[in-house]
Write a protein that binds this ligand. Structure first.
Ligand code: SDX
Length: 429
């Protein structure tokens, strides 16, 4: 029976080493024994962007990038999108199992009754400029929440963790909606606990003078599914930020503000906003070839395309395309969908994209739906953050409970100058 080891010969010394292979990996610290001699700290791995480095063990999400598979706690994303709700999926991500009816009722009750934010939070939002980006307001107010719940620092206390998890899942839609209302000069619309989680978000976003807001059931369900699709995704950039900041034992609000900041970037969750700007800039199908040529010349990236892990179609994009049709039944068709579909068709016939295995990702079609639902374009990454909140929290909690984990502190290859002495300013060139 072949041994689960890697035999390595260091040709600099002729020495051979046996490195254990576990779960398809070798432990980077096992390379430290490979030295030139005393005083040598041993080999390290160099992996900018972590293209081939597992930073943790996780039981939360599973992706097979070649087959276009995504599962949350083993359940295929297609089945959850079809049969689950966002809050039930959040429970699954955080607890590892689907809830019983009683467990779900208690979970929904707790989250529903944490949707209100401290009135002082409005002072933070009121302080932003009228054209402040909602994601900047969201990141700031998530961090500000840490000052209202000092007990959140007790990250090893399970009850405190559970309460902050309730608060963060419950309050992100409120913070998001308040940021939007500030951006458009509307008074804040408060939570309505008679509504579902997603229905209440639509209420806080779009309620005007009616006494009670009634969400459109088709749009409420479509948005709930979109939140399910965004809920978790292995060790993506923002989740790595959540784990990294959380590893210093900062409170979950501060860690999640860092995660949301990472998500804001156009290479990550900010891509959905950029896709809409791309489709608007292209403007018509006949201008697609010229745009594609500019992408191939390296002038800019085709936002909504490509993925570090998926080298096949992002399964979430497939589901989102289907949801678009349901939403358009209510809102009327967003003409940008025709440009997006044609852009996808042309790109997937072009060797530049095919050779690099660049397919539509979760961000390619989501913005078209959001726009049809009357969400402003700069709210798109905020919607992504609401959906990813339970995933960030589940990953944060898993990191805290993982005995293997320590404070994140990568090594480096030093490329700076060797030792040199200070030069008085009058002697500098
Ligand atoms: C999300 O990690 C996750 O799971 C993220 C996410 C989640 O749920 O958390 O799935 C959400 O962030 C989706 C991705 C959204 N971002 C975008 O749509 C931005 C556009 N896409 C990219 O910039 C890019 O594809 C990334 C960032 C998504 C992945 O980048 P990688 O894996 O680091 O790949 P790379 O930059 O090394 O690119 C490999 C090659 C390069 O060409 P060559 O140097 O080989 O010639 O592919 C090219 C890149 O130039 N390329 C693209 C491209 N993406 C990669 N060229 C044009 N357009 C693109 N979109």
């Amino acid at each position: 029976m072949p041994k689960d080891t890697l035999s390595v010969i260091d040709n600099r010394t002729g020495k051979q080493y046996e490195l254990p292979i576990e779960s398809g990996t070798i432990r980077a610290v096992d390379l430290r024994q490979i030295k030139l001699g005393d005083g040598d700290q041993g080999l390290e791995t160099y992996d900018p962007g972590f293209l081939n480095t597992a930073a943790c063990r996780s039981a939360i999400s599973f992706i097979d990038g070649d087959k276009g598979i995504l599962r949350y706690r083993g359940y295929p994303i297609e089945q959850l999108a079809e049969r689950s709700t966002f809050l039930e999926t959040a429970y699954l991500l955080l607890n590892g199992e689907l809830p019983s009816a009683a467990e779900l009722d208690s979970w929904v009750f707790n989250i529903t009754h944490h949707t209100i934010v401290h009135e002082s939070i409005k002072k933070f939002i009121d302080g932003f400029h009228h054209d402040a980006h909602p994601m900047g307001m969201f990141v700031s107010t998530v961090a500000a929440l840490s000052t209202f719940y000092p007990e959140a620092k007790h990250i090893q206390d399970e009850t405190s963790r559970r309460n902050q998890i309730f608060r963060l899942i419950a309050k992100t839609p409120t913070l998001a909606a308040f940021a939007h209302r500030h951006s458009v000069g509307l008074p804040y619309a408060y939570p309505d606990n008679d509504l579902s989680y997603t229905g209440n978000f639509l209420n806080m976003m779009f309620k005007t003078t009616e006494v009670k807001y009634t969400p459109n059931k088709t749009l409420e369900r479509a948005l709930d599914v979109l939140l399910i699709l965004h809920a978790d995704h292995e060790q993506n950039c923002s989740t790595s930020a959540m784990r990294g900041v959380g590893s210093s034992h900062a409170d979950p609000y501060s860690a999640m503000a860092a995660a949301a900041a990472a998500l804001y970037g156009p290479l990550h969750g900010g891509a959905n906003e950029e896709v809409l700007r791309t489709l608007r800039e292209i403007g018509s199908k006949d201008r697609i070839p010229a745009y594609i040529d500019r992408v191939k010349r390296g002038e800019f990236r085709l936002f909504g395309f490509g993925h570090r892990i998926y080298k096949n179609y992002d399964p979430r994009a497939t589901i989102i395309k289907r949801i678009a049709e349901e939403v358009f039944e209510v809102t009327g068709k967003n003409p940008l969908i025709d440009i997006a579909v044609e852009l996808e068709r042309i790109a997937l016939q072009d060797d530049y994209f095919v050779s690099r295995k660049l397919y539509p990702n979760v961000d390619f079609y989501s913005g078209i739906i959001y726009e049809a639902m009357k969400f402003p374009i700069d709210m798109f990454p905020v919607l992504f953050a609401i959906g990813r909140t339970p995933g960030w929290l589940a990953q944060w909690q898993e990191m805290l409970l993982d005995k293997d984990q320590k404070i994140a502190r990568p090594r480096q290859i030093y490329t700076g100058p060797d030792k040199r002495d200070y030069v008085a300013i009058e002697n500098r060139g």
